[in-house]
Write a protein that binds this ligand. Structure first.
Ligand code: MRU
Length: 381
């Protein structure tokens, strides 16, 4: 999508040599900064510290992390250690484990001497496929949104966190249908919830502004009122992991929006690619929820009046804090899942209808041949 009018992805191969460049999302929305990842540790740090974030982008970065590591050593032990290092960076987004399993399956089938080049090609394929899948999510989502827009002559969408192009390689998941609606000439506006404590909503506002899409930022707690007043036509969020029964883990606060949307009779859609569906995870209770540092709640970051980066300590360091990064929305509150293959009910039957190759006894997926067997150890589900 556009930054200052130029099409930009969130991760791209560096022009010089084997490295990748990323947008440092910890600097946004206040500053634009790119970073070069040249080693496995660079990639692991980028994921851990949330320089890159969002489930699909975490997966693509991990795939490139494998490629970076194998440039130094590509024997079986090095590959296993690389996968273990990257798998331990963040627990909830299953795209990370999906990408590592795919890389592992492709690379173990090759002699070590052939692995470095193959890893680079496979990581690039994962990134390209993510962009293509997100684009298709946009088209399928638009088909759901169009009738809502036709009914009112405009479209007000509410989202949570950042599930736009910054969270993927390009286009986004939850925001892909919004961008598609905007491109189709629909008068679309977005309610962007701040998403305390990391404030990923500010990233959403930033990328919508870059693309010229009208939007309004709200405090998270305002969502219920707007839904109850009829000021929202649809809620669309992304996902970090969708269990086999359609339960959805996404940024903490998603569940509250789903409850309020149900009460208000507003459709609640979850947009995600195949790499976010964990068919090995029976239901939401089995999804590991990341617990992050309490200082994310105690300390608020922004710019001071002079425009310099500043941190405000709103709580004393010894104040007890709990900081779960995600929550689980039960499938019954999800009106539909929007995927690259189309839309479906948030249920086991709905998912298997779109992905029949995942039915027990079916042939494995062409794009991740031994996904289930080659899952890295330590995978939480
Ligand atoms: O902690 P983050 O910023 O990585 O969490 C991101 C989200 O929860 C997104 O909604 C999710 O990954 C979907 S991204 C297309």
């Amino acid at each position: 999508m556009n930054v200052n009018g130029s099409p930009t992805r969130t991760i791209w191969p560096a022009r010089e040599g084997r490295a990748v460049d990323i947008i440092d999302q910890t600097a946004l929305p206040h500053a634009w900064r790119t970073l070069r990842l040249a080693t496995l540790e660079d990639a692991a740090h980028a994921i851990r510290s949330m320089q890159v974030r969002g489930a699909p982008l975490i997966g693509a970065t991990a795939a490139y992390g494998v490629a970076l590591a194998l440039a130094a050593r590509a024997d079986d032990d090095a590959l296993a250690a690389t996968v273990a290092t990257l798998a331990a960076t963040r627990p909830t987004a299953v795209n990370l484990h999906w990408a590592l399993a795919r890389m592992h399956a492709v690379l173990t089938a090759l002699p070590p001497a052939a692995r470095a080049d193959a890893a680079w090609r496979e990581a690039a394929a994962i990134a390209d496929e993510d962009a293509a899948q997100c684009r298709r999510i946009g088209e399928h989502g638009l088909a759901l949104l169009r009738p809502l827009a036709e009914k009112r002559g405009r479209l007000d969408v509410m989202t949570h966190c950042n599930a736009g192009w910054l969270a993927t390689v390009d286009y986004g998941t939850a925001l892909a249908p919004v961008y598609a609606a905007f491109e189709a000439g629909i008068d679309v506006r977005v309610w962007v919830s701040e998403t305390r404590p990391r404030n990923q909503g500010l990233l959403t506002a930033w990328e919508l502004k870059q693309h010229g899409v009208p939007h309004t930022v709200i405090a998270d707690n305002a969502a219920g009122l707007l839904l109850a007043r009829g000021e929202v036509d649809a809620v669309i969020v992304g996902a970090d992991r969708i269990a086999a029964n359609g339960d959805v883990a996404n940024k903490v606060g998603t569940y509250l929006k789903a409850l309020a949307a149900r009460e208000a009779g507003v459709p609640f859609y979850v947009a995600a690619p195949r790499s976010t569906v964990d068919f090995a995870c029976a239901d939401g209770a089995a999804i590991p929820i990341e617990e992050r540092a309490g200082d994310e709640v105690r300390v608020v970051h922004g710019n001071d009046a002079g425009g310099a980066p500043a941190a405000v300590h709103q709580l004393p360091a010894d104040e007890a804090v709990v900081n779960p990064a995600f929550d689980v929305t039960p499938a019954r509150f999800v009106s539909a899942l929007i995927t690259e293959r189309g839309t479906c009910a948030a249920s086991g039957d709905g998912l298997l209808g779109l992905y029949p190759e995942m039915k027990p006894g079916s042939r494995p997926e062409p794009d991740s041949k031994s996904h289930a067997k080659s899952r890295p150890e330590g995978h939480g589900a």
